[in-house]
Design a protein. Structure first.
Length: 289
């Protein structure tokens, strides 16, 4: 019974194994970035950047069809252009960076949907927006694993200044020249992981595997290392469970994975030992001196 429900789908079907491996790669690469997005109060920035890659991926699709390389390069270019342009506008005008990013993200989203819908079919639009994790091939897996490895390596290099920037960005800016490098390097990591997640989960779902596990982990751990480990574990469990639900009940795999992560987040808000609702409302003993 347990074999048929849990093990057999991955043991008997190659596409399920490839989907699980792709989700593992995305989880390992994206969730540490999601933790730092949360700690830097930039969670909505991740959502904006996820939509910003859409026009580049759409142009890559128009040029070469559902080509892994073309859509990846297009998404990376579009994401970095939006990140740099929004930062530039924020620095040379009175507009704040969040408002500038929101403006560029809305333009990018509208442009991307327009390109795909006018030159492609509804199936193509669904593929771009929601991904096809069950259709990952070997080339896509190599790309996802490469992105995950590169992301972990770069994050290890930027770890100390990133932690400092989370605690006191003004102090880092005053004592080191790494502030700008750290900021834009981190944005590049966000874009890279979103492009990788886009191939598996689509532009609308990719940010979910980055933010939801990080938000849920906040109710289970305090230190940054523990947060990253907890977020990665939640992402892996959500991916595994979501794929099983997709297989057994014919659900769309990407939304199933993100909904499982959402359920874990909801349970964490209620039962999490670090600031969860139950813990906060437990009766406390009062000691009199």
């Amino acid at each position: 019974m347990i074999w048929d429900l849990i093990i057999a789908p991955f043991a008997d079907f190659g596409f399920m194994c490839r989907a699980l491996l792709g989700c593992i790669a995305v989880s390992v690469g994206a969730t540490p970035v999601g933790v730092f997005l949360m700690l830097r109060n930039m969670s909505l920035t991740g959502d904006a950047m996820a939509h910003a890659i859409l026009p580049g991926a759409a142009i890559g699709y128009l040029v070469s069809g559902l080509s892994l390389g073309a859509m990846t390069i297009g998404g990376l270019i579009a994401g970095m252009v939006v990140a740099l342009a929004s930062g530039f506008v924020a620095r040379v005008t009175m507009l704040r960076e969040d408002a500038s990013l929101a403006a560029f993200y809305l333009i990018s989203l509208a442009l991307g949907v327009l390109i795909v819908s006018t030159r492609g079919s509804n199936v193509d639009l669904m593929h771009v927006l929601f991904g096809t994790v069950l259709a990952l091939d070997n080339a896509a897996l190599i790309l996802l694993c490469s992105f995950a490895s590169l992301s972990v390596f770069i994050l290890a290099i930027l770890f100390r200044p990133l932690v400092l920037e989370c605690v006191d960005p003004h102090f880092l800016r005053s004592v080191s020249k790494l502030s700008a490098i750290t900021h834009f390097g981190f944005l590049a990591l966000v874009v890279m992981n979103l492009v990788g997640g886009f191939h598996a989960l689509g532009t609308l779902m990719a940010v979910g595997i980055m933010i939801l596990p990080a938000a849920a982990a906040r109710f289970w751990a305090n230190g940054i290392g523990a947060l990253i480990a907890a977020a990665a574990l939640i992402a892996l469990l959500s991916s595994f469970t979501g794929l099983l639900l997709s297989f057994h009940y014919s659900l769309p795999s990407g939304p199933a994975i993100i909904l499982v992560a959402g359920i874990v987040y909801g349970l964490s808000v209620i039962f999490g030992p670090v600031g969860g609702l139950v813990v906060q409302n437990l009766p406390r003993r009062h000691f009199e001196s």
